[in-house]
Design a protein. Structure first.
Length: 295
């Protein structure tokens, strides 16, 4: 196997390109080297990732190699997230458009979706839900797809993010049940009432700046940081939510494991009952949910 870069005049097959790129990514400290190489090449060749394995011996054209080389450089050199390079990310099996204006939806956030779905009342009753900080719309869309009787309002302080959420709602066929509103926290929905409030707010601690993976430099600042210990927006959400919830309504928020004790305490201070924690696949607490008394 040659170790020359894919810029030279030789013939490069799919397998050779993947092998070279994986090694290159590993040498640059990228943990998901193999997966990233496959996602980027599949994107350039406009095929499903698994199709690459059937095409290992196929030659990759000079034009495709040039496009691929540019993406590999941005991934390895500038540490641009793969989803920003390909322009999309799958979340809850839904295809979502992603740009630098939105947080790349994380698999961890599926724990939030699962927690809300588990706690929503059953049956066909219409439900009104609020997703604060909707970003790409990931959480709101997943809930809307799973619960056809749910109407969702998604809010965000970023107008650019709301435009992406709108496109994602259209593509996933739920735009008739998703309203998008611009503004901070509960301001865009003042005076309204909801059955459940859900949020994946910014919760990275300012004190962690400088210790974070370089990929985060490419994501919107306001999607990540929230005060010295990361809990400023979480605290505001829990304190203000009861005024917007119907009796028996609930809230579910994503957080960092070390924030769970504070947040469960704030839920009880705000008169929530039935406070629960939800763990991700790695058994770490990533979501707190709670309900108001019914009557
Ligand atoms: C961690 S991202 C979550 C995005 C998306 N919900 C997801 O789970 O992938 C947080 C989002 O909250 C928005 N945001 C930050 N501060 C906000 C505020 N005070 N009010 C409303 N949205 C806010 C950011 O613009 C960002 O889109």
């Amino acid at each position: 196997m040659t170790t020359a870069a894919p810029a030279d005049g030789k013939i490069w097959t799919v397998l050779e390109l993947l092998t070279w790129t994986k090694r290159h990514f590993v040498s640059r400290g990228i943990e998901t080297a193999q997966l990233d190489a496959e996602c980027l090449l599949a994107h350039v060749l406009d095929v499903e990732r698994l199709k690459l394995f059937l095409d290992f011996e196929e030659e990759v054209s000079k034009v495709d190699r040039a496009v691929f080389r540019d993406l590999v450089r941005k991934r390895a050199g500038e540490r641009v997230p793969v989803a920003q390079l390909t322009g999309h990310k799958e979340f809850w099996s839904l295809p979502l458009k992603v740009t630098a204006d939105v947080l790349v939806p994380r698999p961890d956030t599926e724990t939030l979706v699962a927690a809300v779905l588990e706690r929503l009342p059953g049956g066909d009753a219409p439900l009104r839900l609020l997703d604060i900080g909707t970003g790409s719309g990931a959480v709101a869309l997943a809930i809307a797809v799973e619960r056809p009787t749910a109407h969702l309002v998604g809010t965000d302080i970023s107008k650019a993010a709301l435009e992406i959420a709108r496109e994602n709602a259209d593509v996933n066929g739920v735009s008739d049940r998703i309203e998008l509103r611009h503004g901070p926290l509960f301001e865009p929905v003042a005076g309204q009432r909801f059955d459940w409030i859900v949020s994946n707010p910014p919760y990275v601690a300012e004190s962690q700046r400088g210790t974070l993976p370089p990929e985060l430099d490419h994501e919107p600042e306001q999607a990540l940081f929230s005060g010295e210990d990361g809990t400023t927006m979480l605290a505001e959400l829990i304190a203000q939510a009861p005024a917007l919830l119907r009796p028996g309504g609930g809230i579910a928020v994503e957080l960092a494991p070390e924030q769970a004790d504070s947040v469960t305490g704030w839920c009880r201070d705000a008169c929530f009952t039935d406070v629960r924690t939800h763990r991700d696949l790695g058994r770490r607490v990533r979501v707190v949910s709670a309900r108001l008394p019914a009557g």
